[in-house]
Design a protein around this ligand. Structure first.
Ligand code: AMP
Length: 361
């Protein structure tokens, strides 16, 4: 059990690190953020900050020496960085999950081997392989880069095989995976936390609505089909977490289809679809992630009050803040980012126990 006053290192300086930092502070910990970016909205709320490259070994060694445990908020931290740090300090979750989560192909094979069902897929290492993949998977389909894809980036849709050239160009001719287009009723996520002793807790699964490949809203209660498929999806995510001896919050995104849950992807970290837990659950994903990496017992993951709505404030959507502040039931989270860009997550708003627009409590 990490004593209060200890220092937790966080790799990555975005809003997830910011909210983890706030949760760590609540539990009496200091946080040291390590990130290469010029702007770190995590470092703005934490005690220490190293701005350095992922491969700067002297800086990494100094960071490790300053931390009692290290975690990450960004799944594209180079695996070599985590391996290097692991030689100096405990890194939770460890590097094994990163190797899988950074490679869409490895992730799908790993999950399928554990009994999960991803969308039909085929590897597309080069342009020629795309034609063969289209024959196997069929159209419509989605071409996704194997690496560095998130929030709909590195993806191109193919309505028919005639779109192959355009899709290959659109993803920058990188090694990719072709996925069959899944006809789903709804999208949902499983958010779990696993402790050093192997204990697992789940938050209730929200239904997630994406716009342009980016999460727009997460809400509870979800439709019945999600409630019906939540247990099967949870069982898969628990198997994955146990297989990796995972410590911390792990998220799986699923499609609820007529044939049961289809695994889309996982994130080895706190997740946007879990932001509602700050006000909507007894203990949030951020608090329990910190508790997990610090070896503390978990707080309850129970939902406090329904309904719950979390709405992302993306790009110009951050301009809604004054109107949201006028809704007394709305919890506004502004990430403090200075640059407003299309598709950039700049904040979110949560209603817990109320619907947007309900009369004030
Ligand atoms: P991803 O970045 O892979 O999570 O994709 C972003 C969003 O695109 C998903 O949340 C879905 O809304 C949509 N999407 C991705 N893959 C598929 C698929 N195989 N079939 C249907 N929709 C998909």
């Amino acid at each position: 059990m990490l004593a209060p006053g200890s220092t937790i290192g966080i790799l990555g300086g975005g809003q997830l690190g910011r909210m983890l930092g706030l949760a760590a502070a609540q539990l009496g910990y200091k946080v040291h953020v390590y990130a290469p970016d010029a702007e770190s909205v995590a470092a703005e709320v934490t005690a220490h900050h190293s701005r350095a490259a992922w491969d700067d070994e002297p800086r990494l060694a100094a960071f490790a020496a300053a931390c009692d445990v290290v975690t990450y908020e960004f799944e594209n931290v180079p695996v070599d960085t985590v391996r290097f740090l692991s030689g100096h300090v405990a890194v939770r979750p460890g590097g094994a999950v990163l190797e899988i989560a950074q490679d869409r192909l490895a992730e799908k094979n790993f999950v399928a081997d554990l009994g999960g069902r991803p969308a039909p897929f085929a590897a597309v290492p080069d342009r020629a392989a795309l034609d063969a993949a289209l024959e196997r998977v069929g159209a419509p389909a989605i071409l996704k880069t194997v690496r560095m894809g998130y929030d709909g980036k590195g993806q191109a849709r193919l309505a028919t095989a005639a779109d192959a050239d355009a899709a290959w160009e659109a993803i920058g001719r990188h090694a990719a995976v072709l996925e069959g287009f899944v006809t789903f009723a709804h999208e949902f996520s499983v958010i779990l936390v696993r402790g050093i002793d192997g204990e697992i807790r789940f938050w209730d699964s929200p239904v997630n609505v994406h716009e342009g490949g980016i999460l727009a809203t997460s809400s509870l209660p979800p439709p019945q089909i999600v409630l019906d498929q939540q247990d099967a999806a949870r069982a898969l995510m628990a198997t994955i977490a146990a297989e990796l001896d995972y410590i911390g919050v792990l998220t799986g995104e699923f499609f609820a289809t007529d044939d049961g849950p289809v695994f889309n992807e996982m994130a080895p970290r706190v997740h946007n679809s879990g932001h509602w837990t700050i006000e909507g659950a007894a203990a949030s994903q951020f608090e329990n992630h910190i508790r997990a990496v610090a070896g503390l017992p978990f707080g309850s993951t129970a939902t406090r009050a329904l309904p719950v709505t979390m709405r992302n404030l993306i790009g110009a959507g951050i301009g809604d803040v004054p109107a949201l502040l006028a809704d007394e039931n709305c919890h506004v989270h502004h990430y403090g980012k200075t640059e407003v860009r299309d598709g950039r997550k700049l904040g979110h708003a949560t209603w817990a126990g109320f619907a947007p627009g309900d009369a004030p409590a």
